[in-house]
Design a protein around this ligand. Structure first.
Ligand SMILES: NC(=O)c1ccc[n+]([C@@H]2O[C@H](COP(=O)([O-])OP(=O)(O)OC[C@H]3O[C@@H](n4cnc5c(N)ncnc54)[C@H](OP(=O)(O)O)[C@@H]3O)[C@@H](O)[C@H]2O)c1
Length: 243
């Protein structure tokens, strides 16, 4: 199947990481559907996309973090006869440093889990059936290194949320070892920023997006985990995928 016949649904496609991935996939000739709860973020995403690729971008306003919202987005795609071949799940937030656990409350912990875990689960449940039986299909999860340890004082809930999302991805790989569609997990152990905010040591979201687009393009014979610790690891992915 050529890239122009593939449609990637990018959940969190208006976010920092997701927007780079949406652009990377469009630049490779994929059609992309980006979903966000916020129409103004989708407008900002359009500006990032080269004019020649923009007609391959479909933006959908919706809340894929709720069961009803995810179902509405799915119905909107089915009504428009969009056949999704690949899904990228880039959900959560860039950073959280609300404070040590004793300073927090249950509402804040729920918000963190809502962003990192519940949205990942709810959208996977809604959208995985669209790609599950496609042997060339992929479902890619973006996860973060905060899952392993406290990154610095006051970031504990980030660790709790990231660890729960990571555990969910691992559970999926083990519960569904033989699905035709394969899971990719891209584990990012460093900061990611947009081009405007570029800082030393951080990954540029566009370069990360190109690497993730390569992984999606190539597909997998089995579920796989790719770890990115530094900008050089993006080059490694690119050279491995070309071989
Ligand atoms: N940025 C980094 O430095 C970094 C580093 C390592 C790993 N990561 C991982 O990359 C992923 C994305 O991070 P990011 O930096 O791109 O964050 P971001 O810019 O805040 O984007 C996250 C996206 O998640 C969506 N989202 C959050 N809560 C949601 C909810 N309850 N329901 C539905 N959608 C929800 C948002 O959608 P809306 O558009 O609808 O608001 C948003 O576009 C996260 O899993 C993060 O752990 C990021």
């Amino acid at each position: 199947m050529s890239n122009s016949d593939r449609v990637a649904l990018v959940l969190g496609g208006a976010g920092t990481v997701g927007s780079g991935i949406a652009k990377g996939l469009l630049d490779k000739g994929f059609k992309v559907v980006a979903v966000s709860r916020d129409g103004s973020k989708l407008e900002k995403l359009k500006v990032l996309i080269s004019p020649s690729r923009r007609e391959n971008l479909l933006t959908v306003e919706g809340d894929i973090g709720s069961e009803e919202g995810a179902e509405q987005v799915k119905q909107a795609l089915l009504t428009r006869m969009v056949t999704v071949t690949d899904v990228v799940s880039s959900l959560g937030f860039s950073w959280w440093q609300g404070g040590a656990p004793h300073t927090q409350n249950l509402k804040e912990l729920r918000w963190v889990l809502d962003a990192l875990l519940f949205s990942t689960f709810v959208s996977w449940k809604a959208f995985f059936p669209l790609v599950r039986d496609n042997p060339k299909g992929t479902y890619t999860f973006i996860t973060g290194g905060a899952a392993d340890r406290l990154l610095m004082p006051g970031t504990g809930f980030l660790t709790v949320g990231a660890a729960s999302a990571l555990a969910f991805c691992q559970v999926l790989q083990e519960e569904y070892p033989d699905t035709p569609c394969k899971f990719n997990q891209v584990r990012i152990n460093t900061g990611v920023t947009s081009t405007e905010r570029k800082a030393p040591g951080y990954l540029c979201h566009l370069e990360l997006g190109q690497a993730v687009a390569l992984l999606v393009e190539k597909g997998n014979p089995s579920h796989s985990v790719h770890t990115i610790n530094c900008p050089d690891d993006l080059k490694t992915i690119a050279s491995e995928e070309r071989i």
